[in-house]
Design a protein around this ligand. Structure first.
Ligand code: SAH
Ligand code: SF4
Length: 361
């Protein structure tokens, strides 16, 4: 049986090399070839002896998901549809900006958490992505964007904000994060890697111990009553517990604030009163608030708040000394904006059928 070296983080590479009777420094060489240079061919690894390369070839492959579709938006945002087998496809998005390039990475095929305004959530859930499928997105993006030995790194930041709930696929996501941070792999600083979660409280605590990268929390509502509707996991982990976990996380976080994401849904969560409630809720949590214009998808049932309403909401928060950003919508002409990632998911939860049944009842 062959192993896929994209599944390994540092300890996996060390074990693999030890089993082959190779010296420990080989593990570092291999990691660098694969993750820094983007090699998928052992024969390219010219500083490893031919005999060692042949032995490796018999046992291992370097294999990322196949690219199904590769689309570039008018603003330069690029989206790849990746085939992860058995009818499932996931999406990865690269967002170029003047002084950075951000890759938005998926963690699951679909999502079980069913937030009502999210296209991924509407689709249901199929399965967790493997380490190779998660880190493979970064590996592929660097190859597609032309990273080489002497070229600058196109991907400077990673956000775990693609399809899926990263903390519901904890072990594989943490292994992929470790590779993102590892100097022999991608060498990104913890501040440049952000994990976004809908609020799985016990897993936020585990992340704090295992790999405290920058944390973004999808809040979207200032009260439990409203959040129960929009983000159903709130019924299990209500706001008080969620915010306490955020405060605990700050002890280890690479930044001294938590980012709170808030999608602006017209007539649902966007009034000045909601803004005041949000200010009261967050008054003791060092925070940065990111207002996200709702990105529509077919049959969402929601409408984006208009610019004046978003500005009014922002002003209420700013008057109370919060740092607030209104997120620019990027790549919406290729459905690459937040919450629009749909891919193709073989829905094991049969959520779509259940919804259709409700609609026709
Ligand atoms: N599951 C994680 C990460 C993926 S979603 C989470 O929920 O945080 C990334 C961000 O996009 C989240 O803040 C999510 O709430 C937001 N989002 C989902 N659907 C959206 C939509 N239709 N328009 C705008 N933002 C959306
Ligand atoms: Fe899942 Fe995040 Fe979408 Fe909610 S917003 S359904 S947690 S991907």
């Amino acid at each position: 049986m062959t192993v896929n070296l994209l599944e390994f983080e540092r300890t996996g590479f060390a074990q693999f090399c030890a089993e082959l009777g190779e010296k420990p420094f080989r593990a570092r060489q291999l990691m660098r070839w694969i993750h820094q240079i983007g090699a998928d061919d052992f024969d390219a690894m010219t500083d490893i002896s031919k005999a060692s390369r042949e032995a490796m070839k018999k046992l291992a492959v370097i294999s990322a998901p196949d690219v199904g579709r590769d689309t570039t938006a008018a603003d330069g945002t690029r989206k790849w549809l990746l085939d992860v087998g058995t009818g499932n496809a996931i999406e990865t998005v690269f967002i170029p900006e003047r002084n950075r390039g951000t890759l938005c990475v998926s963690s699951q095929a679909g999502c079980a958490l069913a937030c009502t305004f999210c296209s991924t959530g509407r689709q249901g859930f199929n399965r967790n992505l493997s380490v190779a499928e998660i880190i493979g997105q970064l590996w592929l993006a660097n190859r597609k964007l032309g990273r080489g030995v002497d070229t600058p790194r196109p991907v400077t930041n990673v956000v775990m904000m693609g399809m899926g709930e990263p903390l519901a696929n904890f072990d594989n996501v943490v292994a992929a994060l470790q590779l993102m941070l590892d100097d022999d792999a991608y060498g990104l600083s913890r501040r440049r890697v952000t994990l976004s979660t809908s609020g799985l409280v016990p897993a936020i605590d585990r992340l704090r111990d295992a790999c405290p990268v920058a944390l973004a929390v999808s809040l979207h509502a200032p009260t439990d009553e409203l959040r129960n509707d929009l983000v159903p996991i709130n019924k299990k982990y209500p706001l008080k517990e969620l915010l306490a976990a955020c405060v605990r996380y700050l002890d280890r976080a690479p930044r001294d604030f938590i980012t709170f994401e808030y999608v602006m849904l017209a007539g649902v969560n966007d009034s000045a009163e909601h803004a005041r409630q949000l200010a009261r809720l967050l008054k003791n949590v060092p925070s940065k608030i990111n207002l996200i214009p709702f990105n529509p998808f077919p049959q969402s049932g929601y409408v984006r708040s208009d610019a004046a309403t978003v500005a009014g909401f922002r002003d209420v928060l700013m008057q109370k000394d919060f740092t607030v950003m209104v997120r620019k919508t990027r790549g919406d002409d290729i459905d690459a904006a937040c919450g629009q990632l749909a891919g193709q998911v073989q829905d094991k939860t049969r959520r779509r059928e259940k919804r259709a049944a409700v609609a026709t009842a």
